[in-house]
Design a protein around this ligand. Sequence first.
Ligand code: ATP
Length: 335
Amino acid sequence: MTTAHQQEIVQLLKQIIEPTLNNDIVSLGMVRNLRIVDDYIYLRLYIGSHQHQLQPEIQSKLSFLSWCKKTYIQICTIPGVRTTLGISSGKGGVGKSTTAVNIAAALQLQGAKVGLLDADVYGPNIPQMLGLGKADIQVINTPTGDKFLPLKAQGIKIMSVGLLAEANRPLAWRGPVLHKIITQFLQDVEWGELDYLLIDLPPGTGDAQITIIQESPICGVILVTTPQQVAVADVRRNIYMFRQVGVPVLGIIENMSYLICGDCGSRTPIFGSGGGEQLAAELLAPLLGQIPIDPRICSGGDTGNPIAISEQASPASEVFRKIAIAIGLSFAHRT
Ligand SMILES: Nc1ncnc2c1ncn2[C@@H]1O[C@H](COP(=O)(O)OP(=O)(O)OP(=O)(O)O)[C@@H](O)[C@H]1O
């Protein structure tokens, strides 16, 4: 009986279309933890700050169910934040954080208000990549309780687990502590108004990553890989995990795709070629961009000057710009 009711609910919810993304709220992963207890429906609705109208739409749609006495909707949102995106990778070292920083920078250059949450508990290095040393995080009092105030660098608001950790010490958080810190990060930062919040996720498919995905209104993830088959295999596992938890994969970025010859401009695929394209075709996810190997990307990360801002005419910056435009078109943040 419950299964039949559950199917009935999902069918009704699938009729509700999110107008910007032009897809139904179930396929977009916005409805989670759907439960039926006696004649009551409970669900969580994960939304951006501009999507509150979906709540009355759900109430009205589910009011057609004669057996249901009441629907309880728990709104899960990050106050002030329209679109939350995750940046993920199958394994460490493929350039996930570098990519997150440069996409944030490229979005910011296009006029968007951007925040970057460094949730990579195993290697939080976003502050360094944006030129922030160990800084004191301010806590402010708000009507909804005490909140962390994000720092700002290169026009981007930043919060990082690394800012709370002691410099040069690995973070050894486990289980419940990890869960609590992550949830706190998602709920207790006073971001103000943001068009985009990018979350730099920990690599792989571990507890920390799953917690963040399940607890946040992430409306899509971008996966970063390098062209080698081993990296590609890890991303494949990652994509299956996202699909299992119902979060849409927006696309794949292949980093360190090729080296451009300084003399003749020819491209050499040092780590092999075709990995990103193969993955995109196999998993029906678009290949959003192929980023060259460029020492300026590395030095920009070391000195806190992301290439997307410091070398705007470089081929790598051109790729980041195109990715930012694709994101802007998907989420139409100014409409
Ligand atoms: N396209 C590139 N060209 C040159 N260097 C790069 C490129 N992409 C990343 N790097 C460098 O590779 C190193 C690893 O990058 P990064 O820290 O972004 O990886 P990551 O996937 O976030 O790793 P982890 O998850 O382990 O933190 C950094 O030193 C970065 O500057």
